[in-house]
Design a protein around this ligand. Sequence first.
Ligand SMILES: [Zn+2]
Length: 259
Amino acid sequence: MALHGPLKTSIATAWMAGARLLRVRPALTILYYHAVPDHLRDGFARQMDILAAETDVVFADFEGDVGGDRPMVAITFDDAFTSVARNAVPILAERRLPATVFAPSGWLGQKAGWAMESLHDQAETVMSADQLRAIQSPLLRIGSHSIDHVQMAAVGPEEAARQAAVSRSALEEVCGQKVDEFAFPYGSLNDAAVQAVHGAGYRRAYSVMPERIGSGHAAILRGRTAVEPSDTERLFRLKMHGAFCWMPLASRLKHALRA
Ligand SMILES: [Zn+2]
């Protein structure tokens, strides 16, 4: 479900107003980007300034108490594009913000050739093994985005298990560190795919459905909110406050009504 359109933004705005009124406790919201192209570098920097000033930025697998005064946000990037290494990583490092980059292990160093989630990303190249090693730091983790950037729910449980296990060992070989977080390409997942990822030794897996993550969240699967460096400040603030967390409910309702 794409995160744009005036209707969704209006619902999110109403949700925010309601949450303020009802004093809903802050939660952890996990954001995910794809590319950060050169012409949007400044926009990305402004978004990171907002996060640094107004939220506590943590890793996406954060398990502590999230009920403090400030909202918590985690930053992730799918596809490990070179534009992220070039533009986003220095901006994150300057502000000491943690982030996780999910790489498709079979595409390292190649022009991204899979069916794209965003048209902007068609000119992008995936980081090479050397580039992945270079961006890795205590504040920048590498996770898996499968081998081939496949739809994990469509390939069947055996192939899903292979995609999870082989990408994990390949990325561990590249990074020299444990890789135990997985982001589902296209957000394509079902129970069997989540089981396959769990069985391959991952501790956490991430979807593309917005979710407010509260304290004591123990499930392997966590939802994330799509964000673009080109988002307006107003839209970005709605996203960082988790104001799109009603979307999975709307999606389930839509399916139920169709059925
Ligand atoms: Zn992807």
